[in-house]
Design a protein around this ligand. Sequence first.
Ligand code: APR
Length: 249
Amino acid sequence: MSENADIHAVCELLGKANRVAALTGAGISAECGIPTFRGEDGLWRKFRAEELATPSAFHRDPKLVWEWYDWRRGIIAPVEPNPGHEVLARWEKIFPEFTLITQNIDGLHGRSGSKNILELHGNIWKMRCTEEGTVIENLDSPLKEIPPHCPSCGALLRPHVVWFGESLSSTILQRAFLLSSQCEVMLVIGTSAVVQPAASLPLSAAEAGAKIVEINLNPTPLTPYVDISFTGKSGEILPLIDKNLKRKS
Ligand code: APR
C-alpha cells in the first residue's frame, strides 16, 4: 500500500480505538542527535557493553561507568524532544486510554509532556543508592562528583537504569504486558525489536487481538508480523498521522 493509504488505514484504526499503546526505542530520539545502540553510529558499535553497562563493570570500575553516563547525559541535556515525542504526548490527552512504554532512558518523553510512561529500562537522570536502594533525581550535567555518592548515607550511587544481565522491575513489566494485552492498537516506534522482554510486548498485544503499526527507518524482525509498516523517520511520520487524525476528527 502507498504511504497515503497506510496513513489513511492507521487513522481508521486510531479513529475507532479507545485503548492505544505505543512502544518506543532509541530511534524515536535519533532525530534529536542522540545515538541509537545498534545503528551506524550506534553506542554498541563504539563501546563494549560488557565494560560499561553491566553490574560487574560497575563493580570493577564505577568511575569509568559514571564517566560514560555523564558523557551520555551531556549529549541528552541540551536537546529538545522532537515532533515524534510531541505527538505521543498529545495522544495521551486525546485517547481515553493511552499507554506509553519506552525502552529509552533519555527522559525525552517526560520532557515533551507525556505523563503516563512506563520506563522499562530506567532513567539516566535518576540515581540509586547502592546501600539503601533509594532513588534520587539528579539533572546536573556535567556531574559535580564522579562517582556520585548518596546524600544521606554516603554510599556509592549507581545509574537507575537496567543493565545487561539485570531484571527489569517486575511491577513495571507486568503493567506493560497487561496494558499491551488490553490495547486495540499498538504503535511500535524506532526499536530494532531484538531486546527482550520488550520485544515480546507487540507479539502479546497481537495475540490479544490488537492491530500493530510499526514505524522504523529499517525493517526489523517484527515487520513480517505487523498490520501496517511505515519505513521512515518517526519525527516525520507521526506528525503526518496526527495531522490526518485531526482532519478526520
Ligand atoms: N525513526 C524511526 N526509526 C529509527 C530512526 C528514526 N529517525 N532512527 C533509527 N531508527 C530505528 C533503527 O532502524 C533501529 O531499528 O531505531 C532502531 C534503534 O534500534 P536500537 O539501536 O537497537 O535501539 P533499541 O531498539 O531501543 O534498543 C533496545 O537495547 O541496548 C539496549 O537498553 C538498550 O533500550 C535499549 C535496548
